[in-house]
Design a protein around this ligand. Sequence first.
Ligand code: HMG
Ligand code: MG
Length: 320
Amino acid sequence: MNTTIYARNIELMLNNVRITDVAPRDGLQAETVIVDTHAKAQLVKLVQATGVAEVEVSSFVSPKWIPQLGDATDLFDQIAKSKPEGLIYSALVPNEKGLDTAIEVNQSARRNHGIERLIDKVSVFTAASEGFAQKNTNASIEETLVRFEPVVARAHEHGMMVRGYISCIIQCPFDGYINPESVGDVMTRLISMGVDEIDLGDTIGAASPETIEMVVMEAIDRLDGESTNSFGDPTLTLHLHDTFGHAADCAKIAMELGVRSFDSSAGGLGGCPYASTPDSRAPGNISTLALVHAIHDSGLSTNIDQDALVNASKFASELI
Ligand code: HMG
Ligand code: MG
């Protein structure tokens, strides 16, 4: 029933699919080389020129855990002046310390560059599996959720939107297959603390069209038919990794069910370091190019400039 309401609402409102390019964050966080801040700034500029709605720029996490993104503050300073009107910049924050840094970045952008709000959205992240939550954040799912309560409230006080990521929605590299209900339970907690958007992560690219359908239906049910949030953006985003080449088919099924917001990365960069095992490296995100093709194949539209996307993808691939 909720699936029908969700699909009908979204059909009336959005035939245009919203894309967040996560290449600068998810794309670079697991690389063995640490990419120079100037090159990251260039990547952000090329990616934003493609016409995506949002760029996930970096993370305010412990540099001991993710040294690759230890320059997040400098990066934001370098791109501040070239932020286009209407584009959303977002960054991951695991706790209040990360949020404090995001707030400081916004304050200094206001002071130094006269920009009202540089970072529009912060993203908290947890998992549907205990094993992944521990490896990724050194905390149980419950502990991460407790950490997020003040983050969500304070981010809103500072005028920032909040995305709530749930990793391992299909399978966890440590705990195995995940029940869609476990994903739904974490979702319900995040919704009740006031996140503006739920982002479901198929962290290791294990989804098939059948399994993604089950979890998306569960998610739509938990959203109780609410397809857009108070900012007019979709409440549900899908974050697919493309390990076995199923991501585009999964995106198509999700679009049939009414999903109108996806993450992807220029050049297909990406992968979570804690999703890797000793034998295999975490796979990349679905490439923005592949996602755009899937969207057009589904009869829907995007605001993407194909030439700019080819430029950004080429630059991204050559970075690593
Ligand atoms: P911890 O070691 O338990 O934290 O890590 P702690 O509170 O004990 O602090 C340890 C040190 O980190 C201290 O410094 C803190 O100050 C510092 P010290 O006293 O040792 O010098 N610290 C921080 N520094 C900067 N910024 C912060 C911060 N917090 C603490 N925010 C913690 C816990 C959560 C911090 C750590 O586990 C962490 O940073 N994890 C991040 C892991 C990560 O970024 N993973 C990738 C993102 S998730 C992902 O990729 C999945 C996604 O793509 C979706 C999908 O595909 O599924 C989103
Ligand atoms: Mg990811």
